[in-house]
Design a protein around this ligand. Sequence first.
Ligand code: BEZ
Length: 211
Amino acid sequence: MSLRLGDIAPDFTAETSEGTIKFHEWLGSSWGVLFSHPADFTPVCTTELGTVAKLRAEFDKRNVKVVALSTDSVTSHHEWIGDINETQKTHVNFPIIADPAFKVSNLYDMIHPEVSDKTTVRSVFVIGPDKKVKLTITYPASTGRNFDEIIRVIDSLQLTANYSVATPANWQHGEDVIIVTGVKDEDIAAKFPKGHTRIKPYLRTTPQPNI
Ligand code: BEZ
């Protein structure tokens, strides 16, 4: 059965390009992003890992630890990292899990047999500090992921974890947000001192409260 939002992200111990990690212990109180790749030395994955390395400061700012997974060996990962650094003009600065026995891949349902019974699809899991799964996305192997979108969702998750708001379609950090319907009209002024707009009884917006 695949993982669903709100499930505890399964814990595991795995070898990575940066040594052995015990996943929950490694996450500590941080948020986490776990994302899988079909294989080492593949072109789309090479660009993805380079992109994530360049975004490291953005993940750090949000207290997010990032870990990739590919089913090849640690030795293979080290060779591939050399290529990624060279071709993407960066320095891979996060661990890549080696999962040749599909231990983690199976735990996280990253093998989709109708696509391939040997390689992982492009899964992404965002995990909260409570170790619960907050987001899952699965992309086809032929489509590189949009990591700006992953960061956008993390911004939304971190905001909505602390305020009674939700974020509208295509929301970007800094834009107005939606007051959840559970907040009564008469309580809005105290909760949202920056003001609000009442477009419909169920659609009330307010400036982003945490900036
Ligand atoms: C790639 O990363 O380039 C890739 C991997 C598997 C299938 C297609 C593309």
